[in-house]
Design a protein around this ligand. Structure first.
Ligand code: SAM
Length: 241
């Protein structure tokens, strides 16, 4: 019931002035959402709940959307992109099954929020690639303010080519929708490593793939986790601009 009221308020905020909220109020609403995601069985692992509580989404959205960071919907960020809905981020992190010490590459930095959550789960430096310079700056600012400046490394580039200098990776997490699994990402995975990636149409409909690398030859096993909706992954091994 509360969730619907929040969504309605978010919709109305596009047309009406909204009262500013204190940090305490923002955090209180965030905790409420995290508990709701746990009740709904979307957040399953204790360490993912802990990471969500440590890294609230309102620290990674534009000021005018801070009051809606606890609404379980994607929100606009600069350059026409989005910060994903909290339930989607939780689902991908559950599938990724991150453990302390893992070497992780994220593709599609956006706001930097997911990369900060990944850091809290692996407790070691995280590498994240973004193709839009304005978002590289946006993410760096957010990460610095939230205390992740030296922990999350934001790289400007085409993530469909991966990031060879820090390969091989235990996990590669792609937060944009690809037409197919990009070959360089399989090459840069360790044997037994996993690539989490939405694969499907250009807009609005993909399927979330968990791709496990089986051997050095690059043979893979794909587990399909069902329908998702992401902005397109644009690049040499993704969609053409
Ligand atoms: N993970 C982000 C967060 O926590 O805010 C949300 C990511 S947003 C849904 C997808 C991002 O992927 C966009 O910022 C988009 O510019 C980026 N993107 C698309 N194609 C890319 C590519 N080839 N390399 C790197 N980033 C890409």
């Amino acid at each position: 019931m509360k969730a619907w009221r929040d969504k309605l308020k978010y919709f109305l905020s596009k047309f009406f002035f909204v009262r500013a909220m204190s940090e305490e109020e923002l955090y209180e609403r965030w905790v409420r959402l995290v508990r709701q995601l746990e009740r709904e069985g979307i957040i399953k692992s204790k360490h993912i709940k802990t990471a969500f509580l440590k890294v609230p989404r309102y620290k990674f959205v534009l000021d005018r959307y801070k009051h809606y960071a606890h609404v379980d919907e994607p929100l606009p960020i600069p350059a026409g992109q989005t910060i994903s809905a909290p339930h989607m981020v939780a689902i991908m992190l559950e599938v990724a099954d991150l453990k302390e010490g893992m070497n992780v590459l994220e593709i599609g930095t956006g706001s930097g929020w997911n990369a900060a959550l990944i850091y809290e789960l692996v407790k070691r430096d995280v590498y994240t690639i973004e193709r839009i310079p304005e978002l590289v700056e946006f993410a760096k600012r957010n990460l610095e303010k939230a205390g992740y400046k030296d922990k999350v490394h934001v790289i400007l580039g085409d993530g469909t080519k991966g990031f060879p200098p820090k390969a091989p990776y235990d996990r590669i997490i792609v937060t944009a929708g690809a037409p197919k699994v990009p070959e360089p990402l399989i090459e840069q995975l360790k044997v037994g490593g996993k690539l989490i990636i939405p694969v499907g149409s250009y807009h609005l409909w993909q399927e979330l793939y968990e791709v496990i690398k089986l051997d050095e030859k690059g043979r893979i096993k794909v587990i399909n986790h069902g329908g998702v909706a992401f902005v397109p992954l644009i690049g040499e091994h993704g969609w053409r601009e």
